[in-house]
Design a binder for this molecule. Structure first.
Ligand code: HEM
Ligand SMILES: *[C@@H]1O[C@H](CO)[C@@H](O)[C@H](O)[C@H]1NC(C)=O
Ligand SMILES: *[C@@H]1O[C@H](CO)[C@@H](O)[C@H](O)[C@H]1NC(C)=O
Ligand SMILES: *[C@@H]1O[C@H](CO)[C@@H](O)[C@H](O)[C@H]1NC(C)=O
Ligand SMILES: CC(=O)N[C@H]1CO[C@H](CO)[C@@H](O)[C@@H]1O
Length: 492
């Protein structure tokens, strides 16, 4: 059975026009008027219905990641990790699970160009036999901030100036001058990977540490990595002008055309794992979303592959109405105490109730493909017909029982209530290492992008100094180069 098929749909079409309620329309060319010159009668129900539907054709765009595109395919396990997790869809090599993936840009509106410097979203929904698992990641392995209370401010700084409706560097530099934890993410955003060539040639990352738990209840922290088999490719500034000048949907077109031509994009999934008992051994906090885990200590372990072999049939129902949420996990996979991840657990379902309505999980693209049941129901746009009489629990008439218990992280949580910053901030080491790993041309491009940003006339002397100071703490020569290009005496 095609899981995407639902009624009413084009397969139930009639050869003539009807009203939404199915009555034939004998004329859809002209409004119903008194005489040939009007006025129009309110009883022209078909006209009113047609206009009213049109008036509501758009739903609010996503508050972030508004611009994007999705595609369908499957995930296949290639390596046994059942000693790490009891997740059913990871139970053995060869097991396949249907997926839908949405790629996106972050800051700008639904129809914005796809050549802008911006992180790219990389969200995967696995339709498993034990419910959906949403791995809602990005193409960069870290994030700008580590506490979700700053997320709305961060988005406001990146979004257009509310007065001019233009994205302005001075606002971004001003905001992040208070947040040196963002430096590591900026070594990705202002690097070449800040503009991927298209969605096929980019990596994906779960970004946060999650937790895998096996049948015996043993937990491991885990980080997820997607590697494209066709390699990573980026657009440099001149390429952006060439590609974007003629074509503001080049990445959407590239994905659609590749799949339509049978050249299916593929990613390999790798994990890094860490025993939670070892979490204090490092000079960084492994649950800090601004840090990567060094691959020499935590090697990438192969898990599976994902192939996108089917384009969506309808952009609205399978991309606009698609809803991902990091809270959506399955037995064997759990969150971690990463504060940013914990905030996301609330925010996604909340925005989706606003964006799509309280029953958004009933929409075919979001609904689980496995049998499911509970007594949360009704509200606006309920479209499931329920015929039971017992919609409460417990009941002597209801045969539904609790599922078998599955293991959750065994860690004991204690502590006093606090509002504070994590202990091991270590904001400068990893960005410095990353900058030094670039070859000289790549370092030069990175510097040029910073010089351009810091040259914004509204970036004050104080703001420029703070940034030069920050980059000097990451790498002394980087700070010096920025200072000399900007004609500023370094304060360090
Ligand atoms: C506390 C921090 C964050 C908050 C509050 C937040 C909030 C949101 C919201 C409200 C949306 C729109 C969802 C919708 O309308 O369906 C969204 C989309 C998205 N976010 Fe976040 N976000 C946060 C951090 C992150 C991080 C760290 C990542 C990457 C790991 C990320 C990746 C995404 C992606 C990929 C989407 C688009 C999903 C899609 O394609 O529909 N976000 N975020
Ligand atoms: C509606 O308009 C089309 C062309 O615009 C015409 O061919 C058709 O006969 C019209 N139908 C009616 C019922 O007026
Ligand atoms: C769970 O992990 C522990 C520790 O790695 C291991 O000793 C145990 O055998 C694992 N259990 C299963 C069911 O794989
Ligand atoms: C837009 O980009 C796509 C994908 O790279 C390409 O096939 C197409 O020819 C481009 N169109 C223009 C007008 O440049
Ligand atoms: C049933 C009917 O009248 N259909 C017409 C609706 O309008 C379009 C465009 O004017 C015509 O092509 C249809 O024949």
């Amino acid at each position: 059975m095609d899981p995407y098929k639902h009624r009413p749909s084009s397969s139930h079409s009639s050869p003539f026009f009807t009203t939404n309620s199915g009555a034939p329309v004998w004329n859809n060319n002209s409004s119903l008027t008194v005489g040939s010159r009007g006025p129009i009668l309110l009883e022209d129900y078909h006209l009113l219905e047609k206009l009213a539907q049109f008036d509501r054709e758009r739903i609010p765009e996503r508050v972030v990641h508004a611009r994007g595109v999705s595609a369908k395919g499957f995930f296949e396990v290639t390596h046994d990790i059942s000693h790490l997790t009891c997740a059913d869809f990871l139970r053995a090599p060869g097991v396949q699970t249907p997926v839908i993936v949405r790629f996106s840009t972050v800051v700008h509106e639904r129809a914005s160009p796809e050549t802008l410097r911006d992180p790219r979203g990389f969200a995967v929904k696995f339709y498993t036999r034990e419910g959906n698992f949403d791995l809602v990641g990005n193409n960069m392995p870290v994030f700008f901030i580590r506490d979700g209370i700053k997320f709305p401010d961060m988005v406001h700084a990146f979004k257009p100036n509310p007065k001019s409706n233009i994205q302005e560097n001075w606002r971004i530099l001003d905001f992040f001058s208070h947040l040196p934890e963002s430096l590591h993410m900026f070594t990705f955003l202002f690097d070449d990977v800040g503009v991927p060539q298209d969605y096929r040639h980019m990596e994906g990352f779960g970004v946060h540490a999650y937790t895998l738990i096996n049948k015996s209840g043993k937990a491991h922290y885990v980080k997820f990595h997607w590697k494209p088999t066709c390699g990573v490719k980026c657009l440099l500034e001149d390429d952006c002008v060439a590609v974007g000048g003629a074509n503001h949907s080049h990445a959407t077109k590239d994905l659609y055309d590749s799949i339509a031509a049978g050249s299916y994009p593929e990613w390999k999934l790798f994990i890094q794992t860490m025993d939670p008992e070892h979490e204090d051994r490092f000079d960084f906090d492994p649950l800090d979303v601004t840090k990567t885990w060094p691959e020499d200590i935590f090697p990438l372990q192969p898990v599976g592959r994902m192939v996108l072999n089917k384009n969506i049939d309808n952009f609205f129902t399978e991309s606009e109405q698609l809803a991902f949420c990091p809270a959506i996990v399955v037995p064997g996979i759990h969150y971690s105490d990463d504060k940013l991840l914990q905030t996301r657990i609330f925010s996604y379902a909340d925005t989706q109730r606003h964006r799509l309505g309280p029953n958004y999980l009933m929409l075919p693209v979001n609904a689980p493909k496995c049998a499911h049941h509970n007594n949360h129901h009704d509200g606006f746009m309920n479209f499931i017909h329920r015929d039971e009489e017992v919609n409460y629990f417990p009941s002597r008439f209801d045969t539904v029982r609790h599922a078998e218990r599955f293991p959750i992280p065994p860690r004991i949580c204690t502590g006093i209530r606090e509002k504070c910053v994590i202990e091991k901030e270590n904001n400068f080491k990893q960005p410095g290492e990353r900058y030094r790993s670039f070859d000289p041309e790549r370092q030069e491009r990175f510097i040029c992008r910073w010089v351009t940003a810091l040259s914004d006339p509204r970036a004050t002397h104080e703001i420029r100094n703070i940034w030069i100071n920050y980059w000097s703490q990451c790498d002394k020569s980087l700070g010096e180069k920025l200072a000399s290009r900007l004609n500023i005496k370094p304060s360090l």
